[in-house]
Design a protein around this ligand. Sequence first.
Ligand SMILES: C[S@@+](CC[C@H](N)C(=O)[O-])C[C@H]1O[C@@H](n2cnc3c(N)ncnc32)[C@H](O)[C@@H]1O
Length: 183
Amino acid sequence: MNLEAIANEILERVGVKKGQIVLDFGCSSGTYTIPAAKIVGKEGKVYALDKDKKAINEVIKKAESEGLKNIERMDTSGELKIYLDDMSIDMILLYDVFHDYYFPSAEDRRKLLDEIHRVLKQDGSLSVWPKHMESRAKDEIEQANFYLENKYSVTLIHDNKDIEEGEILNFALLTNSAHNQNF
Ligand SMILES: C[S@@+](CC[C@H](N)C(=O)[O-])C[C@H]1O[C@@H](n2cnc3c(N)ncnc32)[C@H](O)[C@@H]1O
């Protein structure tokens, strides 16, 4: 199976669907961005956000060569603010980026999660590959008013080239009503 087929399989399993608005936070050169754009199709959109301009250039180059017009680049300087409207996103991919290397301070990780919480739609999902932070990510994310909805054991692509087994965690927003249902 080629890399794109692997990424496609993961994204379909975690719930990326036609017509959705997806934010790929820390998209790098687009391992998951390009397949996500193909799944969401013309009615959907993928925001490709990264602080690495060159990596986003690569995403856009690939998108252009494949005729994909539904990827919007979001260049940042690594700030924790996400320049998107409240409750505007169906699915946020946080793959191999929510960890100590990029966010050494727990306070910054919490700020990022608060921004993710703000931009997700009420019925949206946060899909996390907690690479390098396997044992702590779940607790931190749950403390930021999310709850674990699903876990997927999958074959993943690391650094745009290596194949490895891992676990994706999907979270939903903990709203008062969802919280009540859990008790
Ligand atoms: C290890 S790569 C993961 C890329 C991709 N998500 C994947 O799984 O293939 C992490 C990416 O997150 C980006 N990144 C790290 N901290 C960031 C921040 N604060 N804002 C935006 N991008 C960030 C890095 O530039 C890098 O491209």
